[in-house]
Structure formats: structure tokens, C-alpha cells
Design a protein around this ligand. Structure first.
Ligand code: DX5
Ligand code: ZN
Length: 217
């Protein structure tokens, strides 16, 4: 399978959200950043908004929870229509249980690690996960600079997934653009989130195609 592109609506115009969701229908996933103002120093949107986005989006939702207490909240996002739910390892009390509950609801279970979190912390969970999100910026804001020093995490995860026979997608989030996408793909990333690169472009569909073409080169 080739790479997948997940535009992040964090960089969309929230006053024209449906228009901006339809503008990226060319992509594979719609990446929805949920921030609670506690786990990260920014506040975006929550359950009722995600529920409506799921109703209007032609793409499946890839919900990225940057919130405290995902043990309580993660399954609720699957219940309102998210196809994939990512919770942060740093915030989870029982990551194995969260992943199992998500899968029981038919959702894809995914776990994220911040730049300061060692990749070793997530390796024991690979059998319970459908995706691992390696943050390539500090979570909280769009438009930050890509951290190339996270690439060894992808290499390590790719090797561990292959060794263990786990079919796990590896997602990169933060600073993905034409200049950086190939670096991530070479390291083993296959689901690429892009916020400012896609929504900052005049022609969003063309930008998605350009990113996909570069990533698949
Ligand atoms: C940051 C979010 C990202 C953000 C990425 O915490 O998780 O999804 O939208 O934005 P860019 O692509 O602009 O770095
Ligand atoms: Zn995100």
C-alpha cells in the first residue's frame, strides 16, 4: 500500500468548516485535532463538533486527542463517528484497555508519543495498536518546524512491527510539507498529516496530489 495523506483541519477556516472539509476530499483521511487546554496549551473542539464533522465529511475521520483522561473520553469519539482514534501515551492510565475498547467499537486504535517520549515506551503496545503517531513537533499548534531528529523513532517502530508481525501504520504529524515528506517516508512513515501545507495552499487538491506524488517517489 502507498502512503496516505491526512489534512489537518486545525489550519482550516473554522467559520467555513464544511467548505474547508469538502476542499480536501482528494485526501485519504480528515485529521481532527481535539485539544483541551490542559494536555496542550491550546483549545480547539470536542465531541459535538466532531459528531457533526463526521456527518458532513466524505473522508473517514482520524481524530487526534490531545486531552487529559483519554481513558474516559477516547471511546466517545469512536461512538460519534471517528474511524480512527489516537490518544496520547503520556495521558493514558491504561493504554492497552483504551486500545481494546476502541477496537471493540470497530474503530482503529492509535497511540501518539510527544517528541520527548522515548519510542521504547510504545513498543510493548504494538500488538494492540493499528497505528502509532510520532509527533514531529510539540503538540498544540500548526505551522511549527519539522523535527528531523524524530526519524529514528520511525525506523525503530518499523523494525519492531516487522519483527513482531504487527500490521501497524506509522503516522507523522507536524511540519509535513513538500520539503519534509520524503524524509519521513524514507524513515518508515506511511500516514502523513499536513495542516498548514495543505490549507495554506491556494489549490488544496493540487497540494495533496503533490505531497502524495513526492511521498511515493
Ligand atoms: C499539532 C497538531 C497537528 C497540526 C499540524 O499539535 O497535532 O495536527 O495541525 O500542523 P502543521 O502541518 O501545520 O505542522
Ligand atoms: Zn494532529
Amino acid at each position: 500500500m502507498g502512503i496516505q495523506i491526512a489534512p489537518s483541519i486545525l489550519s482550516a477556516d473554522f467559520a467555513n468548516l464544511e467548505r474547508d472539509i469538502l476542499a480536501v476530499a482528494e485526501a485519504d483521511w480528515l485529521h481532527v485535532d481535539v485539544m483541551d487546554g490542559h494536555f496542550v496549551p491550546n483549545l480547539t473542539l470536542g465531541l459535538p463538533v466532531v459528531e457533526r464533522i463526521a456527518q458532513v465529511s466524505p473522508l473517514p475521520l482520524d481524530v487526534h486527542l490531545m486531552i487529559e483522561d483519554p481513558d474516559r473520553w477516547a471511546t466517545r469519539y469512536a461512538e460519534v463517528g471517528a474511524t480512527s482514534v489516537t490518544f496520547h501515551l503520556e495521558a493514558a492510565r491504561d493504554p492497552r484497555a483504551i486500545a481494546a475498547q476502541l477496537r471493540a467499537l470497530g474503530a482503529r486504535a492509535s497511540c501518539a508519543i510527544k517528541p520527548g517520549t522515548p519510542v521504547e515506551d510504545v513498543l510493548p503496545l504494538l500488538d494492540t495498536l493499528d497505528m502509532v503517531l510520532v509527533m514531529t513537533v510539540e503538540p498544540g499548534f500548526g505551522g511549527q518546524a519539522f523535527m528531523a531528529d524524530m526519524m529514528p523513532k520511525f525506523e525503530r517502530l518499523r523494525a519492531a512491527a516487522e519483527a513482531g508481525g504487527h500490521d501497524v501504520w506509522l503516522q507523522a504529524d507536524g511540519g509535513i510539507a513538500r520539503e519534509t515528506i520524503q524524509t519521513v517516508v524514507e524513515a518508515g512513515g506511511d500516514v502523513l498529516v499536513a495542516g498548514s501545507a495543505v490549507y495554506g495552499a491556494q489549490d488544496r487538491a493540487a497540494e495533496i496530489r503533490a505531497l502524495r506524488d513526492l511521498g511515493e517517489e
